[in-house]
Design a protein around this ligand. Sequence first.
Ligand SMILES: Cc1cc2nc3c(=O)[nH]c(=O)nc-3n(C[C@H](O)[C@H](O)[C@H](O)COP(=O)(O)O)c2cc1C
Length: 342
Amino acid sequence: MSRPVWTALRTAIFQWDAETVHHFFVRLIAFTGRFWAGRVFLRVIAGAGLRETSVPVELLGMKFRNAIGLAAGFDKEGLLIQALPHLGFGYVEVGTVTPLPQPGNLRPRLFRDAERFSLFNRMGFNSPGAIEVARNVTRARRSGTLPGDFRIGINLGKNKETSAENAASDYAVAVRPFENLADYLVVNVSSPNTPGLRDLQTVDSLEKIVTAVRTELATWKICPPVLLKIAPELGGAALEDLIRSETKIGIDGWVLTNTLGGYWKGGKGGWSGGALGTLARDRLESVRSRSRLPILSVGGILQASEAKTRMDRGANAVQVYTGWIYFGLRWIPHLLRTLAKS
Ligand SMILES: Cc1cc2nc3c(=O)[nH]c(=O)nc-3n(C[C@H](O)[C@H](O)[C@H](O)COP(=O)(O)O)c2cc1C
């Protein structure tokens, strides 16, 4: 699809409510990805030559098909897994997954700010719950269609009604159904849309949460690495504290960062894309200067050159969300080609 055709199509698509469009395309791509011919079709419309441009990366003790992942929140249910390798992605972070199903906030809760290539959301962890998501991931794994080096991360959260004191047990319950399904796990304490969640970004709270998750993992045959996803607002002494205590907390890596909290369209929510700007890159640089753990850099990647900059500044891999919405299916192969050239 040429750029003018995509721009015209995008203008038409953007006439509809953002979340309705999202659900429609997730289901369409998920359906297409279930069939051999559908996967070939996806490869063709995303752009040829994926195999040559997909350069594997080693991190977290495993090989990733390539360094471009789909960020958490896009595939909350684990429906797109079979399709994503054929659209160019090297990995996906499914979720956020809550222990019990919950509807999230009232709609409308997802908005576009096309002038800034941004999205504003107050989804509030809408999730079918861990058991249902694990069922979807199982189906994808059992399909036998996934390339062995396509990695699946599971991003974990807590239910809205769970108090801060009981948060740790929520993360432990959420991870339980994912034995043999997750290549890596993410403790997400950084959504601006679950009241009080970001207050858990302290050494004490995180140590409790990660310990609870690790206690659960102790019964698993293979224990996946546990990463921490933080908010872009977390800087200064608070961030220093976490970095200094990364071993004490018990994490194996970082996901930097979640959306930037703000107010728009009559409510609180989080900005992604252009509005997140350089903050996610700054956080990558701060953490990389003091930590040797792997970092997945996410936030405000809207150009191939920015993906490359993140890798040059110490990211082990990157993730995208908003850029994919604005630039379409051909954008991921374009990012891959740029990374492959460097
Ligand atoms: C609609 C929407 C929903 C999101 N939901 C989640 C989520 O459930 N869990 C999470 O960790 N991050 C979530 N995110 C944040 C993204 O994973 C990512 O950190 C953020 O969008 C910045 O990347 P981007 O600028 O490439 O979009 C969400 C983002 C958007 C736009």
